[in-house]
Ligand binder design. Structure first.
Ligand code: ADP
Ligand code: MG
Length: 390
């Protein structure tokens, strides 16, 4: 993968930077969480320092049309505050006016294009859109790890048309950290996998059954496994198709030694912040109850495993952490990562939100900004947005 170090003289050149500014907005003209914007600052500062003229492109949400609520203008404003330079906002993604603005940029100046998904050609990797984007720049830099698993016009099409191209610092770090975790981790390598559905993460579980030493299972993902083992799951989240997946995973030879399931649970009679948490000693969930967090004996066991690990990868919350009565499992495991001396990597949208919410994000080694992309990289798949930078 080519990096910023491979790019020669950038001074006065227009650089198209694919960033991942797909951030939550606060609905009042502001950005609710600017983690992803801050993540790309090192790349933008480096490019400005080298005299580049910056044209930034990103998607935001999934606009069906040119929905003004999904304009990148609030993000451009936030970026301007963080970079401490004005960020110009283009009125569209491409077109005459945008071309004129890009051409008028002085070295170090920054132009933000409109939400690239305002153009229906973006997700189809339309050659015309790719050409129009490529025409805005002399150099292409991709710092949008969160979009690298999609072959879109702004991640692949435009990149292919610009000879000088490279990964930004964030993308380089994301890919490097995750590849090292899989290929040469300090052992024991511990994977903590939770979240909502087994079916989202089958390939990730399969990969970790091969490469990790232990997998700790939490979240709603627990119940298909428990049911496949013949336990009662009550009203817990547990799709039939997921039970089939779990059954198959349990038959993989390494599962017996590596896959650990909870030994106790926190249950309640409904999913809500007003629900009363009840401690269940064991994993037999009665009718009328659903499992919403891992129990204290399980938490203690999992925390011990984190303490003994050389490397930890964590994806997927241990319970319904958004609801305070069911946040303890996720919080305690997050704290164990924060105090561990192991290399600790957190990947996944909700898992990243959890460590952020508990104020622990800067105490783990790396929080991946790419949910789906991080998981695909771990599965061993080639990411088109990364391959194009080779
Ligand atoms: P990530 O985004 O980190 O990959 P997922 O999207 O797979 O994680 O899962 C996160 C969601 O799983 C959260 O919204 C959380 O509330 C939910 N969840 C976790 N445990 C449970 C549970 N026991 N019952 C219901 N939902 C759960
Ligand atoms: Mg999620």
């Amino acid at each position: 993968m080519r990096t910023l170090r491979d790019l020669e003289d950038l001074s006065g050149k227009r650089v198209l930077v694919r960033v991942d500014f797909n951030v939550p907005l606060d609905g009042q003209g502001g950005v609710a969480d600017d983690t992803r914007v801050r993540g790309t600052l090192p790349t933008l500062r480096e490019l400005r320092r080298r005299g580049a003229r910056l044209v930034l492109v990103s998607h935001l949400g999934r606009p069906k049309d040119r929905e003004p609520e999904l304009s990148l203008a609030p993000v451009a404003r936030r970026l301007g505050e963080l970079l401490e330079v004005p960020v110009q906002m283009a009125p569209a993604v491409v077109g005459e006016e945008v071309t004129a603005m890009a051409d008028a940029l002085a070295p170090g100046e920054v132009l933000m294009l409109e939400n690239v998904r305002y153009e229906p050609g973006e997700t189809k990797n339309d050659p015309e859109l790719a050409a129009a984007l490529a025409a805005l720049a002399d150099v292409y830099v991709d710092d949008a790890f969160g979009a690298a698993h999609r072959a879109h016009a702004s991640t692949v099409g435009a990149a292919q048309l610009i000879e000088e191209r490279a990964a930004g610092l964030l993308l380089e770090r994301e890919v490097g950290t995750l590849r090292e975790l899989i290929e040469s981790p300090e052992r024991p390598l511990l994977a903590i996998l939770g979240g909502a559905k087994v079916s989202d993460k089958i390939k990730v579980i399969e990969r970790f059954l091969q490469v990790s030493d232990t997998i700790l299972v939490g979240g709603a993902m627990v119940f298909p496994f428990l049911r496949a083992q013949g336990h009662a799951v009550g009203d817990s989240l547990c799709a039939d198709e997921d039970v089939e997946h779990a059954r198959r995973l349990l038959q993989i030879e390494q599962s017996a030694a590596k896959l650990m399931l909870p030994v106790d649970l926190i249950v309640a009679d409904h999913f809500g912040a007003d629900a009363t948490p009840e401690q269940l000693d064991g994993v037999e969930v009665p009718d009328g109850r659903m499992g919403l967090d891992i129990g204290p004996r399980t938490v203690a066991e999992y925390v011990g495993r984190v303490a003994d690990a050389g490397t930890v990868f964590w994806n997927g919350p241990m319970g319904a952490f958004e609801l305070e009565p069911f946040a303890a499992g996720t919080r305690t495991v997050a704290e164990a990562l924060a105090t561990s001396s192991a290399t600790t990597v957190v990947g996944g949208g909700d898992s990243a939100a959890a460590v952020e919410k508990f104020g622990l994000a800067d105490r783990v080694t790396h929080v991946s900004t790419g949910g789906g992309a991080a998981l695909e990289l771990i599965e061993g798949r080639d990411l088109p947005g990364v391959e194009v930078l080779a």
